[in-house]
Ligand binder design. Structure first.
Ligand code: PMP
Length: 427
């Protein structure tokens, strides 16, 4: 059987439904740190990191070694059947690291959506209430509750209803889009007046930096106001750190930038460096509201993923990846600002970064605020042709997000930025 990209693409379209997209028109053969090679041995620099999963890079030797050792011991028991120490050790470590008030506990799952589903189950049981408030432009996953919480209709929600009820959306503040913190807080008060009383709300869920929604950081003033409201009305504050987690923003958890302590934190993606693992970390009293049997999953907290996650946390600490995220993010932001000032490149702006969670928009006119999603797609396609993996994000797909592994070498990063510069040249 031939294994070139063209023949695999044909087999893919014959065998796999259209509903799952793929950014690159090539098939992966192998990858190391911030580089990936396709089946035709073409090299790519990876500024996507498997959608924010590989903060420690592809195949970090310490992650691979931990997984290899576990493979030889056992691969699966189901934690509900026979427990294993790595799950407990990981929970202990996350409890100690999370910015949570008082005693914390952690339960593990497999995917981000599953963590979100369970965070809502937990908040509902703990409060005895059902309503949930989320933000427009937010993304929380593709399962039913996560889909209901997601603040974007097409392509995520449209046609998949009915969705779970009692979910309300507040506009997310993005200054250059004309929405300020005070607008969001007013809209929230309006929901309390018109739709559901504050004392019937189980949870407010927010991404410290919206991921799919465009890499817009929640202003600390918003997070602080939400904390106050949640305290006042007995609402559980959930930080969805699935995309922001594990050093990406320059801190282990994105919400740490605001000084706000959430009640629950959902984690996934970079937690286990490429192995499927997610979790809900939170105040012990809230997590313990669920009776035995109410939480779990056959593969939840897989032993392979747990040992990988312990290795990821070691790597983040030993390689100083929080500081490196800040350093690289500052440097790349400065380069993007310089690109924005150049007349010989496409108009771009709205450069934003929290640590190495970096994005910018392609613009319709130089210095304007109107975005140009068609140009964004053209730049991404050109980057792919040049050997640079980039992803878009944002309500209209107007933004280019940069998510290189935090372990990327200086030379590979510089090479990637040079390819980005080339991709930004007008046609
Ligand atoms: N929450 C956030 C903030 C995310 O970015 C994502 C995935 N992009 C999810 C939840 C869902 O995660 P998963 O795809 O692993 O279900």
């Amino acid at each position: 059987m031939m294994t070139n990209n063209a023949s695999l693409l044909q087999r893919r379209s014959d065998a796999i439904p259209r509903g799952i997209g793929t950014a690159l028109p090539v098939f992966a053969a192998r990858a190391r740190n911030a580089e990936l090679w396709d089946v035709e041995d073409r090299r790519f620099i990876d500024f996507a990191a498997g959608i924010a999963v590989l903060n420690v890079g592809h195949c970090h030797p310490r992650v691979i070694e931990a997984a290899r050792n576990q493979l030889e011991a056992f691969t699966h028991t189901a934690f509900q059947v026979a427990a294993y120490e790595s799950y407990v050790a990981l929970a202990e470590r996350l409890n100690a690291l999370a910015p949570i008030k008082g005693a914390a506990k952690t339960i593990l799952f497999s995917t981000g959506a599953e963590a979100v589903e369970n965070a809502i189950k937990i908040a509902r049981k703990a409060t005895g209430r059902s309503a949930v408030i989320a933000f427009s432009g937010g993304f929380h996953g593709r399962s039913f509750m996560a889909m209901a919480l997601t603040g974007k209709t097409a392509p995520y929600k449209r046609g998949f209803g009915p969705l779970p009820g009692e979910v309300f959306h507040v506009p997310f503040p993005v200054s250059h889009q004309g929405v300020e913190v005070e607008h969001s807080l007013k809209a929230l008060q309006q929901i309390f007046k018109a739709d559901v009383a504050a004392d019937e709300v189980a949870a407010i869920i927010i991404e410290p930096v919206q991921g799919e929604g465009g890499f817009h950081a929640a202003p600390p003033a918003l997070l602080q106001a939400l904390r106050t409201l949640c305290d006042e009305h007995g609402i559980v504050l959930i930080a969805d750190e699935v995309q922001t987690g594990f050093a990406r923003t320059g801190k282990l958890f994105g919400i740490e930038h605001s000084g706000v302590e959430p009640d629950l934190i959902t984690v996934a993606k970079s937690l286990a460096g490429g192995f499927p693992l997610s979790g809900v970390i939170g105040r012990a009293a809230i997590l313990d509201a669920i009776d035995p049997g109410g939480l779990g999953g056959t593969y939840a907290g897989s032993p392979l993923a747990c040992v990988a996650a312990l290795a990821v946390l070691d790597v983040i600490e030993d390689e100083g990846l929080c500081a490196r995220a800040q350093l690289l993010g500052d440097s790349v932001s400065r380069q993007l600002q310089a690109f924005a000032a150049r007349q010989d490149l496409r108009p771009l702006g709205h450069v934003r970064a929290l640590g190495s969670m970096i994005a910018f928009d392609l613009l319709a006119t130089r210095g304007g605020d109107e975005v140009d999603p068609v140009a964004t797609q053209a730049v991404i396609k050109r980057a792919h042709a040049l050997g640079l993996i980039l992803l878009s994000c944002g309500a209209q797909g107007e933004a280019i997000r940069i998510l290189f592994p935090l372990t990327i070498g200086d030379a590979v990063l510089a090479e990637g930025m040079a390819l980005l510069e080339q991709a930004l040249a007008p046609d």
